[in-house]
Design a protein around this ligand. Structure first.
Ligand SMILES: Nc1nc2c(ncn2[C@@H]2O[C@H](COP(=O)(O)OP(=O)(O)OP(=O)(O)O)[C@@H](O)[C@H]2O)c(=O)[nH]1
Length: 746
């Protein structure tokens, strides 16, 4: 009778035999070593333990797929063959471990299969059958707990049941090594799994989240995505509020509509009739928004009418308003900007209340407005829809109270809430530099409470709130949700639409602000039109420059003149060199200012920029070139000028390549296996993908390989592998036309 030994089992399951021995020991079944043959009962215990632990990836493979089909034949085994279970493609095979010199990381699936002797493959099958068959004979459920298990074993098994799958966090990308470490598995195991999925990756290679999570699943781990917080996310407290901490807040309203339909008149009318009433010292100040009292409630109005401002804010991520009042003149009806306003409000998921204005006017036809509204999907309530329409006259103040009542009604339905007991967050409505007071920002607090002394970050501005004024110009110490205030104390002027946060950590805040500034500068540089010798050519090409302005600074007056003359001589038909300033001395800040204002470069001979100048130049992107020899300067500028000669390009087809097969490579995209029909294809070629005679894509070659190596070019009659930059839709039979742009010398 054949015996299964602990070490064989361990190989089949990919777990240390020591562990098997320990499990048996823990269960007080017997004292075993790794060479011990295991009884059927002991096998049951092991099966049970690992099934419940659900930790062994290939464990399920040990169970026959269709138990009832197992023939009860006693196999004849003449020799004990050490077996190992190996996954080949989607199948699992038993492999003779005597061929374990096989380096799984080096060979492909087919080779593995070749290496497995036929009789060994059968052997594996027989062994599996045998285990289950014996259990069947003994009337024991296969892979289930034995009926005659001792009490304490049952208890222990119950305890083990609580052992859960290893739960790991997987970020957007993770190296193979890091993934293995998190799964507490050897990296080789991960590499092997990847290989069997058709992905060749070394320990240091990055896997994307999808691949990594697949491997984790296969190796018996549960996972969740690891969210790596940026500095900003760490700094800004965006924790959701507990429902019980939320208190009602007043609605924030914007007025939109077509030109001249009465937006400003309506805002003025509301302000004049409602603000001063019962307010102390109520001379309204323009701070971009104001609050009005209606009974015991309040409404906040943004006082920049129009959807452009509203959308500009939204484009910056600021969702400020709850309700839009759509003003439609009763004598004019729905006009193009009315429709735009409707669409903008809808896009922002803001409730719309229609104010049919100018009803005092002759020719006012409110019903026509209602009819037109219906045509645009806003069916008035009185016609069975759910759009509230109020007929008003902003000029005469008619029905304004009713309109405000409706705003409150809609607000009530929306159950607008915020948590006043947390650090404030909100949006900058507008901001400017005040001569006496420095940067002044009008902000709308949207959540939390803003207090004097709070440290605020808004866009690239930060600072402690030095003073705060409300919309009546009164100094206030704090402002809660839906309250607009003007704040002083920021380091610079933020932009309207910037979201602001009150933060704790000044050091982190500074880092975040610096980082934002850096990014902004990078953005600006991308769009910059400041000239430098490096971008001269592009600028000329874009038609932005016909004259190169230069400031010359030198150590002695003689040099200034010599340089001026030499440089002016470079002037050709395309570009004129213009020395706008020449003087003796170091490159100073005022030189940089002049250069910046006149889009000039600075050329210095045997001089250095002052500290301030270097800094200013970096800020303003002014190109300072320092030379010791005049000839070098002339050569540099001449080179740049050559680039200025308007280049003429012509397209030249260099070859055609036929795609014969394609395959997808994770992290790379679609690779085409191809054959060069004529000419050649080169690295960096421009390509057109032609399918059935139609050009379906134009782009650039991303990679070109012969076998595994990157090559510069592949000529007619040879095969190659290629991929196209940002294009993964190549198919068998596509023709890739490779071409280059040739410059025609003038
Ligand atoms: N008769 C009458 N005239 C009104 C009423 N409301 C506004 N107007 C007049 O309509 C004209 C335009 O009003 P505004 O409030 O400037 O309109 P607006 O929509 O703000 O216009 P823009 O700011 O240019 O987009 C002004 O001459 C107002 O006096 C109203 O209810 N009745």
């Amino acid at each position: 009778m054949e015996k299964i030994r602990a070490y064989e089992l361990s190989k089949a399951f990919g777990i240390p035999s020591k562990e098997i021995v320990k499990v048996l020991h823990d269960y007080e079944v017997s004292t075993k070593n790794h060479m011990s043959a295991l009884s059927e009962y002991e096998l049951d215990v092991i099966f049970e333990y690992y099934t419940q632990k659900n930790q062994v990836p290939d464990f399920s493979m040990y169970e026959p797929q269709k138990k009832e089909e197992v023939e009860p034949v006693e196999p004849e085994i003449t020799e004990e063959i050490p077996m190992e279970e190996i996954e080949i493609g989607r199948k699992v095979r038993m492999v003779d471990t005597r061929v374990n010199t096989v380096d799984l990381d080096r060979i492909d699936d087919e080779k593995i299969e070749e290496l497995i002797p036929e009789n060994v493959r059968e052997e594996g099958g027989k062994k599996k059958q045998k285990i289950n068959q014996k259990k069947k004979q003994q009337g024991k459920p296969q892979n289930a707990r034995s009926k005659n298990q001792p009490e304490d074993l049952i208890k222990k098994t119950e305890k083990k049941k609580k052992v859960e799958k290893l739960h790991i966090l997987i970020p957007e990308t993770i190296t193979v090594g890091e993934l293995a470490e998190r799964m507490k598995k050897p990296a080789a195991e991960v590499i092997k799994k990847l290989m069997l999925l058709g992905i060749m990756a070394s320990v240091n290679e990055n896997l994307d989240f999808d691949t990594a999570s697949l491997i984790a699943e296969e190796l018996g781990c549960t996972f969740e995505k690891e969210i790596i917080l940026t500095d900003e996310e760490k700094l800004f407290n965006d924790v959701e509020d507990a429902p019980e901490s939320l208190k009602p807040r007043s609605p924030v309203v914007v007025v939109m509509g077509h030109v001249d339909h009465g937006k400003t008149s309506l805002l003025d009318c509301i302000r004049n009739t409602n603000v001063t009433e019962g307010e102390f010292g109520g001379i309204t100040q323009h701070i971009g928004a104001y609050r009005v009292r209606v009974g015991d409630k309040k409404i906040t109005f943004l006082d920049t009418p129009g959807h452009e401002a509203f959308t500009a804010m939204r484009a910056r991520g600021a969702l400020v308003t709850d309700i839009a009042i759509l003003v439609v003149a009763a004598d004019d009806g729905i006009m193009p900007q009315t429709i735009e306003a409707i669409n903008h409000a809808r896009a922002a998921e803001v409730s719309i209340i229609v104010a049919i204005n100018k009803i005092d006017k002759e020719g006012a036809n409110p019903d026509r407005v209602r009819q037109e509204l219906t045509e645009h999907g806003l069916v008035p309530e009185e016609w069975g829809g759910d759009t509230i329409c109020v007929e008003v006259s902003a000029k005469k103040g008619t029905n304004i109270d009713q309109l405000l009542e409706m705003v409150l009604l809609v607000a009530e339905m929306k159950e607008l809430k915020a948590n006043p007991d947390r650090p404030a967050k909100g949006t900058v409505i507008e901001a400017q530099l005040d001569k006496g007071r420095g940067p002044v920002a009008s902000v709308l607090v949207q959540n939390g409470t803003l207090r004097v002394g709070d440290l605020v970050v808004a866009g690239t501005a930060m600072g402690h709130v030095r003073a705060m004024n409300d919309d009546k110009g009164r100094s206030v110490k704090k402002a809660g949700p839906s309250i607009p205030v003007e704040i002083l104390g920021l380091s610079e002027v933020p932009e309207g639409g910037d979201v602001f946060y009150v933060v704790e950590d000044e050091r982190k805040a500074r880092a975040v602000v610096e980082n934002r500034k850096f990014k902004e500068k990078q953005e600006r540089q991308k769009k910059t039109t400041t000239v430098s010798l490096d971008n001269l050519f592009e600028q000329i090409e874009a038609g932005k420059m016909k004259e190169l302005s230069i400031i010359v600074k030198a150590d002695v007056q003689g040099s200034v003149e010599a340089v001026r003359q030499s440089l002016e001589r470079i002037t050709n038909d395309e570009v004129r060199v213009n020395i706008i300033h020449g003087a003796v001395g170091a490159v100073t800040e005022s030189d940089v200012m002049l250069a910046s204002a006149s889009n000039a470069i600075i050329v210095g001979f045997n001089v250095r920029p002052t500290n301030g100048a270097a800094e200013a130049a970096a800020d303003a992107d002014v190109d300072i070139r320092l030379y010791r020899v005049i000839y070098d300067a002339i050569e540099d500028i001449e080179k740049a000028m050559k680039g200025m000669l308007e280049p003429v390009f012509r397209e030249a087809v260099i070859g055609h390549v036929e795609i014969r097969t394609t395959f997808k490579v994770s992290g790379v995209g679609t690779i085409g296996g191809a054959y060069v029909q004529d000419g050649k294809i080169q690295r960096g070629s421009k390509v057109r993908v032609v399918r059935d005679g139609i050009v379906i894509h134009e782009g650039e070659l991303a990679s070109l390989k012969r076998f595994k190596d990157d090559v510069k070019e592949v000529t007619a009659g040879y095969e190659c592998g290629l991929s196209i930059d940002k294009y993964n839709d190549i198919k068998d039979g596509d023709i890739i036309e490779a071409y280059v742009m040739e410059q025609i010398e003038a």
